[in-house]
Write a protein that binds this ligand. Sequence first.
Ligand code: ZN
Length: 184
Amino acid sequence: MATIVQKEDPVLRGKAREVRLEEIGTPEFKKIIKDMQKALASQDDGVAIAAPQIAVPMRIFVVAGKAFDIQNRNRDKKDEKKGKASGKTPDLVCINPVITKLSKEKKWLPEGCLSVRYLYGNVERHARATLTALDEHGKPFTRGGSGLLAQIFQHEVDHLEGTLFIDKAKDIEDIPPEKAAKTL
Ligand code: ZN
């Protein structure tokens, strides 16, 4: 299985390259996506991963289905009676992602990273973000997000630029993983 590289690795500090359309769908490319999904699934607290985190310097990130479940759960707290089944949401694959819109409103949010074990800190993020990308079949899509999803979009696009959350975070702390919430 692909290992998740840690913050000392130079691959995390480079600018990832664009994926060419003809690469999408090749066995090599599908394997990269699979490796990212497996590496992400291997981390209980992981909600998203960018390709450089498995040492592949390409503009791809994957948001775990559970990130959407967490968000829906938070949103549906009031009407839990609906008994909405969760946990089966597919991962969202984002290729060549571009953030096209950011809210003026910003929030300081606790953040961690699968490549910065086990540090956590507060990062100021835009409250809402809109992203345009290609899916795993090369089909373009646009997706808006608030809360955790907006935070993930910004954190992962930072990875593709060689930026880590610790470059921007305040109050960085070393927290044992079992006490931390979610890790991007
Ligand atoms: Zn990260």
